[in-house]
Design a protein around this ligand. Structure first.
Ligand code: ADP
Ligand code: MG
Length: 454
């Protein structure tokens, strides 16, 4: 790739290049809407329909952009982005339907309605790097339903706030766009309704309702559609009909569209808009969530205790809530002060412990090596420099802690005697009492091991 003298030309070359390297859908969705509005000798100005297009471009093609365009002092491609002014209302007003095929107005049958959880609002949602992207996409949609991405597809693990965000959009739209009809539905519920209406021979009514009367459709947990072939087509058709009318759809799932066992057609539909990942909140975000939830319950949790809990409950926000509920009950009923000790006792079963059975010394060595940035062979060897000796002791300490074997057996796997192991265990036990940094690193190793054994 050579640098074109003319940056305008570089842009067309870049587009040609991307066209060859991505799917036609992705190109149509993300690259085609970008307009080059200005070009000078060393920079171009690109007009993007919204901030997501810019983020998409930079997160997927930064390296390539650097190859095609001049690079500034901090190594960024020299591109100015401007957001296009919103296009006049076009998208939000559905095309008028000729009278002859206009549906008879039906009213939402009661059963179709899944009510929104009143607590799931944007104001109660704590933001952090792991969920910011999803939150801002949802927020954008809540303000201008049907005008940015449809569908928005949110995926991520259990208890990370997908439903919370979904309902938040519903609340916001109902409040600020009262004319728009919002329907929130779990996939299970949709299937049940469909089965019922097939039985009552009212299936046309249901179809009509979903396809013609809804402006914002929120579908929770689409993964339940897997292996339910008969219903997939119905949902596909509904989604398609709504997308064609430029209505807003938001879908949640525990996996990305490509990993769902669904038809290619439905997968393609779901990828059409914006696919956004809801990640596991980082330690600081977990602490903020804990403190917020505690405050809502009138519970005062010291900062160090919040950290302590957040370090031990790390992959599910719902469990953090559970921890707060439990602590609140304990401290009220038993009138106990919240101390690390009390927390340890109250929450012991909730704390995520590694799987004991399957762990091997090799796994421990591997994980220690990666967290402490040393080589596995050095850990197995007998170098006594501090950089190696400490992680080696950590590995021995963890082996004693996590593997249910005699010290002799374990010692043998390290090529050491059982008293060396005993010494290592004591030494690390003492050090992590005093040294927070070391304790966190040891915790991290344990977590890695737990994750790889799970
Ligand atoms: P999911 O649908 O991803 O399984 P939920 O939306 O049901 O998860 O969230 C589980 C619980 O955690 C809910 O009570 C929700 O309010 C809470 N929660 C999740 N993420 C956050 C957050 N970032 N801030 C505040 N509460 C959160
Ligand atoms: Mg959910």
């Amino acid at each position: 790739m050579t640098l074109a003298t003319d940056t305008r030309q570089s842009w067309s070359q870049f587009l040609e290049y991307v066209k060859k390297h991505c799917s036609a859908t992705a190109y149509g969705n993300w690259l085609a809407p970008i307009k080059l509005t200005d070009a000078t000798e060393d920079t171009v100005t690109l007009e993007v329909p919204n901030i997501f297009v810019k983020e998409y471009l930079l997160s997927n093609y930064k390296k390539d952009l650097c190859a095609f365009f001049p690079v500034d002092k901090i190594g960024e491609p020299s591109i100015k982005f401007v957001i296009a002014p919103p296009t006049p209302q076009k998208a939000s007003t559905p095309k008028p339907t000729p009278d002859s095929i206009k549906p008879q107005p039906t009213h939402a049958p009661r059963d179709y309605v899944v009510d929104l959880n009143p607590n799931y609002i944007f104001d109660n949602f704590i933001e952090g790097p792991s969920n910011q992207f999803v939150k801002s996409a949802a927020w954008g949609i809540a303000q201008h339903p049907g005008q940015s991405y449809s569908p928005l597809f949110i995926f991520g693990g259990v208890g990370l706030g997908k439903t919370h965000v979904l309902h938040s959009v519903g609340h916001h739209v109902r409040k600020h766009h009262p004319k728009l009809k919002v329907q929130c539905i779990t996939t299970e519920q949709f299937i049940n309704d469909l089965v019922d209406s097939l039985r009552n021979k009212s299936v046309d009514k249901m179809k009509r309702y979903y396809r013609n009367e809804i402006d914002v459709l929120l579908i929770d947990d689409i993964q339940f559609l897997e292996n339910r072939l008969n219903f997939e087509e119905e949902i596909s058709n509904t989604i398609e009909a709504l997308i064609n009318q430029k209505k807003q759809i938001i879908i949640t799932s525990d996996k990305p569209p490509s990993q769902l066992k669904l038809s290619e057609r439905l997968t393609a539909r779901m990828e059409w808009g914006l696919v956004a990942h809801m990640g596991v909140p980082e330690l600081e975000t977990r602490v903020a969530i804990l403190q917020y939830k505690a405050q809502m319950k009138g519970l005062d949790i010291p900062q160090n205790i919040a950290f302590y809990i957040a370090e031990h409950i790390y992959n599910n926000v719902r469990q953090l809530e559970g921890a707060i509920n439990k602590l609140s009950a304990h401290s009220r009923l038993l009138n106990l002060e919240i101390t690390e000790d009390m927390v340890e006792r109250a929450l012991r079963e909730m704390f995520q412990a590694p799987h004991q059975e399957k762990i091997s010394v090799e796994q421990i060595l591997k994980s220690v090596a990666s967290v402490f940035d040393v080589r596995i062979n050095d850990l197995k060897g007998s170098t006594r420099t501090k950089e190696i000796a400490l992680p080696r002791q950590v590995a021995m300490y963890l082996a004693c802690k996590l593997i249910n074997e005699s010290l002799q057996m374990l010692g043998a796997s390290f090529g050491k005697t059982h008293s060396t192991l005993l010494h290592a265990r004591k030494s690390i036990e003492q050090k992590i009492q005093k040294d927070d940094h070391l304790r966190r690193r040891v915790d991290m190793v344990e977590r890695n091991i737990a994750a790889s054994a799970a």
